[in-house]
Write a protein that binds this ligand. Structure first.
Ligand code: NAG
Length: 328
């Protein structure tokens, strides 16, 4: 299978050896809603760094959804000392769907983290996302799926400005500020104000959830590439970071997408492998089956958090494409 072709067409040139962040998303709590503590984050970050067969230099970056330790008002999340202890770079997230008070708490935790951890922390931060899928949740589709509280563009733009103000005379000055949302929101002209306010665009794209179009595993790559191309066409040259993508290893069928280890591996090989080392990618997800398994479950390691993933992540099938690209 000519795995690299579609992506090569999108990026137009063969990739150089430029640095790209490669990591996973990390929730603040386990499936049973208990908070992850520093030791839990450290165990996850170390597992990610030591995954058997990991492509490139491995998975050394962590995207977070909140600055706040789960269950506290505004204590900085313990993922931060865990990242410092394991030399894990951070794509920070401020939860932006809990109104003005919510964003104020996120910014308080951000400032407290800078004060408490200083340069050891700020040197690891590669970006700050103000929000995660807030526009999707407030969209008609999100509402129809009871996706929970969201935010609208005007509020998000205000939060982005507040985040920029909060970091401008700290060790985080110059860190690029963005927003993460589903690709369907980035291509919606109603959200242009958010696009105009960000330094980078975080795109979430899951063929699994696109149940209104043919979305069997064999369509995963085509649907992802379509989402990325349509997003890039809208963003006016801003970098697009792949903040979430993945395919469930178990769970219910969505349209024609059937969760299985085999299909998750196919998505990894056909979507992930061409991206790793070339684009900034935070895959969904290292482990979501902690203290209970969600439905669907996307974790590439099981509840036991071993370093051997449930499928071969080595990207060996794609290495050949890179060689032929280098030779061209
Ligand atoms: C941390 O990782 C970076 C690469 O991401 C590396 O350049 C640096 O030497 C590492 N620092 C330590 C203390 O291991």
């Amino acid at each position: 299978m000519r795995i690299g072709l579609g992506l090569a067409a999108l990026s137009a040139v063969c990739p150089s050896a430029r640095a790209a962040y490669q990591g996973f998303n990390y929730g603040a709590f386990f499936t049973d809603n208990t908070p992850k503590m520093q030791a839990d984050f450290e165990a996850e970050f170390k597992t990610a760094q030591n995954l058997v067969g990991a492509p490139g230099s491995g998975f050394t970056s962590a995207r977070l959804y909140t600055m706040i330790q789960w269950g506290t008002p505004s204590t900085p999340i313990s993922a931060i000392p865990a990242a410092i202890a394991t030399n894990t770079t951070l794509l920070l997230g401020l939860w932006a769907s809990a109104g003005d008070a919510g964003i104020a708490s996120e910014l308080a935790a951000l400032s407290a983290a800078v004060t408490t951890y200083g340069k050891a922390f700020t040197d690891l931060v590669v970006g700050i996302s103000v929000g995660s899928e807030d526009l999707y949740r407030s969209s008609p589709t999100g509402k129809a799926h009871s996706a929970g509280a969201g935010s609208y563009p005007a509020a998000l733009v205000g939060y982005i400005e507040r985040a920029r103000d909060a970091i401008k005379s700290t060790g985080l000055a110059g860190v690029p500020v963005g927003h993460v949302d589903t690709w369907t929101e980035w291509v919606d002209p109603a959200n242009q104000a958010v696009m105009d306010a960000v330094d980078w665009v975080g795109m979430d794209a899951y063929s699994y959830w696109q149940s209104l179009v043919p979305n069997g595993a064999e369509r995963g790559r085509a649907l992802f590439e379509d989402a990325l191309a349509r997003t890039r066409a809208r963003v006016g040259g801003r970098p697009v970071w792949i903040t979430e993508t993945g395919f469930p290893v178990s769970g219910e069928t969505s349209g024609e997408a059937v969760p299985s280890v085999e299909n998750a591996k196919r998505f990894w090989d056909e979507v992930g492998c061409p991206l790793f080392g070339r684009e900034n990618v935070w895959w969904y997800i290292l482990r979501d089956a902690g203290r209970g398994r969600p439905v669907p479950s996307f974790g590439i390691v099981g509840e036991a958090l071993g370093t051997t993933p449930v499928f071969d992540i080595s990207c060996e099938a794609v290495e050949k494409e890179e060689e032929s690209c280098d030779a061209a």
